[in-house]
Design a protein around this ligand. Structure first.
Ligand SMILES: Cc1ncc(COP(=O)(O)O)c(C=O)c1O
Length: 430
């Protein structure tokens, strides 16, 4: 195999210098652990449409797309125009504003369970509050999550993220025994575990397509089975649609799977590339966080923070959703491109990979002898992860294609079939 590392070093000299400075100033040189990859990440200068440009003027067709938040591509013109107008007025009020109401009207129409909404500035906060609310409503402590499920850095949910899911993910986390973990798409085993904790079970939090855990859709039977148990047990069903909300259709995934979640968390796309997290759900549950008239012991204290519902995030989210609503054909276009990518990449590798995903999200897994099918994060962990890193790194160096090494790719409206064909070609060469 070619020495892609020295080629990378040669092509990214300015990035190397700037990243050396970054290393002095920041832990690991980054502010999100996954943004680091060996030997060092390139430093971005600008982005537009499907492209990222680094400080050495290398151009990459981007499939990381801002942690999968940029469904319309980088800096789309119409969103930029509405943001410019808002910036002329102000970028921070710290008070009630109409931009929030406009975005909430769109969300509540498209996501029927969003009878009440609270905004925060990250998905991490949204899931943190969702868990607190579930505990407060039910008066119980235990939250079940999925092996490999990623819901952000919240202390509560920083458990069983990485295979084999038995070791603590971090020191400094307390009460880990109150978070339990169940295997994705394995209903029998999941129910066995849930039953064991049923008495003190406040709720379960699940992604309908495992994102960080390997881009794996849940089966409808699995989610419905978990939900049935949870509701019979008078616990809460929290669906984390931070990745999947407005990704495959205008709205969430749950109605297409005939699910009835109590709380839904959103983020990424609904902020149109600006900082956002959303916690929404059934009125009687969300109103448990109402601070007017309830005793402290009877309500959940759910905040939002200094920058919650700031006019920039609200405007960016509103303009993005409004555009998606007026041009729903975007979904059929990008969903088809995803299908094409999955099929063609699998064909190219001739049985040696499985490309998982749904709609415009896809991820390549290099299979090993004992693993032929990917249904959960354990399967992902048993694949050839080093090969995946090499494959993604080779595309960065050789093909001007950027996947954050080891992570799933997201197709945006700015991508074309030609772009996917380039991935296929790059896969052939690999
Ligand atoms: C499913 C899911 N939930 C929550 C989060 C956390 O969101 P944020 O990174 O905005 O805190 C993520 C982030 O990738 C996610 O994928």
């Amino acid at each position: 195999m070619r020495d892609y590392q020295s080629e990378y070093t040669r092509k990214t000299k300015t990035s190397a210098k700037i990243f050396a400075k970054s290393l002095k100033l920041h832990v690991n040189g980054v502010s999100h652990n996954i943004r680091f990859y060996e030997p060092y990440p390139f430093v971005v200068k600008s982005s537009s449409g499907k492209n990222l440009v680094d400080v050495d003027n290398n151009k990459y067709t981007d499939y990381w797309m801002g942690h999968w938040s940029l469904i319309l591509g980088h800096s789309p013109k119409n969103i930029k125009e509405s943001l410019k107008k808002q910036i002329e007025k102000s970028w921070m009020y710290g008070t009630v504003n109409e931009q929030t109401i406009k975005l909430s009207e769109l969300i509540s129409k498209a996501v029927p369970v969003a009878e009440k909404i609270r905004y925060v500035t990250s998905g991490t906060e949204a899931t943190m509050y969702a868990v607190r609310l579930a505990r407060s409503v039910t008066g119980k402590k235990v939250i079940a999550k999925i092996d490999g499920g990623w819901h952000g850095y919240t202390s509560d949910l920083l458990k069983s993220v990485n295979w084999p899911f038995t070791e603590s993910e971090s020191s400094g986390v307390v009460n880990e025994e109150e978070i339990i973990s169940i295997p994705y798409n394995n209903l029998e085993e999941s129910l066995r575990i849930l039953k064991k904790y049923a008495k003190n079970l406040a709720g379960v939090i699940i992604e309908p397509v495992l994102g960080g855990g390997g881009c794996i859709p849940a089966t409808r039977e699995y989610l419905q089975g978990i939900q049935e148990f949870i509701h019979n047990n008078k616990s809460l069903f929290i669906l984390d649609e931070i990745v999947t909300g407005f990704r495959f259709r205008y709205g969430c995934l749950y109605p297409t799977m005939k699910l009835d979640p109590d709380i839904v968390t959103l983020g990424k796309i609904v902020g149109g590339g600006m900082a956002i997290g959303v916690m929404c759900g059934k009125k009687e549950i969300m109103e448990h966080a109402d601070t007017t008239g309830k005793k402290k012991s009877e309500r959940s204290y759910v905040g939002g923070g200094t920058f919650s519902a700031n006019p920039i995030s609200m405007t960016s989210g509103y303009s993005t959703l409004n555009y998606l609503k007026s041009k729903k054909s975007i979904y059929s276009k990008i969903n088809l491109l995803g299908e094409y990518a999955r099929k063609e990449i699998e064909k190219t590798f001739d049985g040696r990979v499985a490309v998982t995903g749904k709609g415009s999200l896809f991820m390549t897994h290099f299979l090993k002898e004992n693993i032929t099918k990917i249904t959960n994060s354990s399967d992902v962990a048993k694949c050839d992860l080093q090969m995946l890193q090499k494959y993604h790194f080779k595309m960065i160096v050789n093909d001007g294609i950027f996947f954050l090494p080891g992570k799933l790719g997201a197709i945006s409206d700015s991508h074309t079939k030609e772009d996917i064909k380039k991935i296929v070609k790059a896969s052939e060469n690999f």
